[in-house]
Structure formats: structure tokens, C-alpha cells
Design a protein around this ligand. Sequence first.
Ligand code: URA
Length: 433
Amino acid sequence: MRMVDVIEKKKHGGILSQDEIDFVVQGYVNGEIPDYQVSAFLMAVYFKGMAKREIADLTLAFVNSGDKNDLSSIQGIKVDKHSSGGVGDKLSLVIIPLVASVGVPVAKMSGRGLGHTGGTIDKLESIEGFKTVLDKETFIENVNRHKMAIVSQSSNLTPADKKIYALRDVTATVDSIPLIASSIMSKKIASGADCIVLDVKVGSGAFMKSIAEAVELARTMVEIGKSLNKKTIAIVTDMSQPLGHEVGNANEVKEAIQILKGEGAEDETTIALTLASYMAILGGVFEDFATAYAELDRIIKSGRAVEKFKELVRIQGGNPEVIDNPNMLPQSKYHIEVRSSESGYVSAIDAEKIGLTAMLLGAGRAKKDDVIDFSAGVTMLKKVGDKVDKGDVLCILHTNSANAQEAIAICQRSYSFSTGEIKLSNYIHEIIQ
Ligand code: URA
């Protein structure tokens, strides 16, 4: 087989066979096919798309390129959750203990943040002592005993996806639905869970900017799951502004604790409860959504959910006192108020710009190896729909950097205003199963 023929076929919209897809993926990982040919192939996929069967084959080729987690020694139906990435998305911190508290085992592997989006592993590492690397036996034992464990993604999980993702990043081929869907689903399938709940974000802070595109991505991923015998549900959720009020690492942990205590913002509480309800249904604990939602809400209000988070912190070596006293989390030296230059109603907050602001303050990485500052971040006092007067504080920027001028300017530009009242978006746009 010759790579040039595969490129030629896809360039004309041909449907590739499983052998052809395996040839591309294996050849690239082995170093036999050069970057320039895979770049041309990715661009052909970008313009011509892929059929359902091709996307499933591509997903499997990624899965087969590296390690696969064997979770068979964990009792019960293992349910995983994935978010397509957003700003202020601390929901995994809430959902893991919440779902575990009704007995559904959650064996979670998560990633780190890059660019304007944060990563669950970085957030947890802002808790003193919290270990995000566990040996396999401890990981399995914690899930069997406590119904939950979370670790940083293994370096040899889907190496083909890793190599191709890096190439997509520099060839303007990231925003292709077949490529995003196969990339995300390959990691979920290699992670070994039986069922998957996907949080597909849509809006200014997400890959998908329109609901139609997000629904298409969600449907594509649900179909991949089904074709590979993993029950999959996708929930399209709003990311037209950052979630909740906090963006950063330590301050997102603080806000996750509030949600788990029943004191969280309405948007993130609703989305967390919805995702957790579907996980608990797939895990076989509840039959219908209304019962699952009401019961999980009751668990939050009873204090059991936050206690379960404390247990997670303790069993992974973190200081559990942080849960009762979140001021023990890292604190920055400077707290800069960003004030409104207009009066009116907040009509939009560009989530990507707020994510960028947090990154510039030290909370995120511009490059993969950058060191992050756990205490840096943004507290949004005003959200979409709020009435503001000129001079009101919109946000507080937390940083250890004495020079935050660029971050202040981007933060200011992320807000838009209108003179009339604003109709708020739904938090949940669609559920695909
Ligand atoms: N997240 C992934 O893991 N892969 C993509 O392609 C996009 C988002």
C-alpha cells in the first residue's frame, strides 16, 4: 500500500477500508510515514469528512496503538465522564464523589490544561499532597473500596492520537468532527470503562461554536460508542460564558466544594447534577432521570457529597482539612479589580478570553511544559444578565505577577453590554442517547 494513494482516495471523498486506516495510523506511529503526508491526509479528512464506519475504525486504530486499561477486577458497572473542554469547568471534581456516593464505581483518568482550557489534574494538584499518580493496584483497590479514584492519563494511552493531535494543532485541522470524535472516544475506550457520559460544550469557550455543530459531534461520538459496544450518552451543554464564577486551579477547587455543599452557582449545579444522573442511570442505580436527579440533589443537601470529596482527597494523600477550610488552598499575592467602563446589562462574556486571561495570570500553560501557578485565576462577580453601573467591579484577577496589564485588557474586552435586559441561554441544549 502507498500513502500517496490513500491521500488521493480521501481527497476525492473515497471511503477508506480498515486496512487503509490502520496503515496510516501504524505507519505514522512507527515513523514510516512522514509528517507531510499525514498532514495532507488530515486536510483531506477535514474537507471530505469520514463515514461512520471509517470514524469507528480510526478510533480503534488509536486505541490499538497503545496501552488499554483493564478494569475487569473492579466490581460493578464502571462509568466514565468526559468534557470536550471549557472554561471554569470544574465538574469532574463534583461528579466523581457525587456518583461514587451512590455506589457507581468511577475509575477516572484525566488530563492537564493547555491554552485557555483548564485540566482536572492541575486543579486537584492545587490541594497540598494530592497524588495524581497511583500504582495500578492502589487505583483498583481505591475504586473497589471507595468507588472512586482519579489519576493523570498514562503516557502510553493512545500514542497515535497524541502524535496526530500535535500535528493537527500545527496544520489547522483540529476542528474536524471525525478527528475530534475519534480522538476523544479513543481515550475513553482505552481507559476501560463500560459506559461513557459525554459533556459536549457549545459556545465561545468551546471547540464547537454552534449548537448544530455540537449536536453533530455529540451524535458522532455516541455512534462510535455504540459501534464499539460502550453505552454512551452525550449532553450538549452551554459554554457561551464561563461556568460558575471561578476560573483557575485553587479557586475552581474552592467553587467545586461550594457546589458539593449545595451552595454552587445554578448553571454548574444543574449541569453537574444532569451529568451525574445519567452516569448513575448507566451504572444501574436509577431507572429514570427525575428520580436520579432528585436523589443526587438530596445527597448534596445532606452533606454526604462533600464528605465523599473529603474522602477522595484523603485517600489520594491530600490534606482533607482543605475541604472545611478552603482558605488553606494556595493564595496569590495580588487581587486586581477589573471595573466596568459602561452601564447596562452584561450581554456576553467571551469564555475563551476569560480562559486566556487566567492563563496570562499564571493559571494555565501557553506551552505544554510551562509551570502553572495554582493560586492564579479569575473571580467573575458579574455574569450574563447582571445589571452593572459604570465603575462596578466585574472581575477580580488573582496573580503573583506584578505586571498584569495584558490580562486586565483581555478581561475587559471579554465583556459586552446591552441597554436592555438579557434572555439567558439554557444550560442543557440537547441529550443524545
Ligand atoms: N479533545 C481531544 O481529546 N481531542 C480533540 O481532538 C479535541 C479535544
